[in-house]
Design a protein around this ligand. Sequence first.
Ligand SMILES: [Fe+2]
Length: 235
Amino acid sequence: MSWNPVQARSTVFAPEVEVLRTARGSMTNYNYLVIDPATRRAVLVDPAWQTEVIEEALLQARAELDGILLTHSHPDHIDLAKPLAQKYGCPLWMSRQEIAASGFRAPELVGIEESAWWVGQMLIRPLLTPGHTPGCVCYLIGDNLFTGDVLFAEGCGICPGVDAAHQMFDSLQRLKRELRPQTRIYPGHSFGKKPGQLFADVLQENIYLQFRDKQGFAAFRLRPGQSRAKLFEFH
Ligand SMILES: [Fe+2]
């Protein structure tokens, strides 16, 4: 990537990332509070399940919530989006593609594409990475990538068919091209590894990042025993 003042400015103050593990019943998700250390303005990624955990983190961080970033529209990623947006009077950001595909609606909803924007002195850069859903977005903030169900440390999100698996392959190839090795990966779920793994390590250890052809990737992603029901089997 060539140098430009916008990109350079985004790395002057490293954002603070608060990892919030929330659960309801058998469902466990990672939500993230990302704070600009200079202004204490913050964004929340994929809030779900436990309002009290999120509000305590906001309080402890002395942060002001500027908005909510949604990676996609699955219930375990948007669970608390509407009530928190209403309570804090802040926007909910989701890709236009995901809004169109899901029918998700809220008064505070703002459709986005790939234009970056500032929250305090943090540059929020959305990367469209479809496959798990038609409008999945990863958000790059400084050297932190919030991946929802696109990329886990140990795998990638399930895909509902061959076309979706091909899209996922392209999305993962894009991340391989564009991410720096020192980027930290913050997924919506963990299957064993702590959130915040270095992309350099994920790149070596994640089998889904080893495929070189779309067809081989799709055949593996869609192998038997990986039913859609597993979308909601997390640990
Ligand atoms: Fe999902």
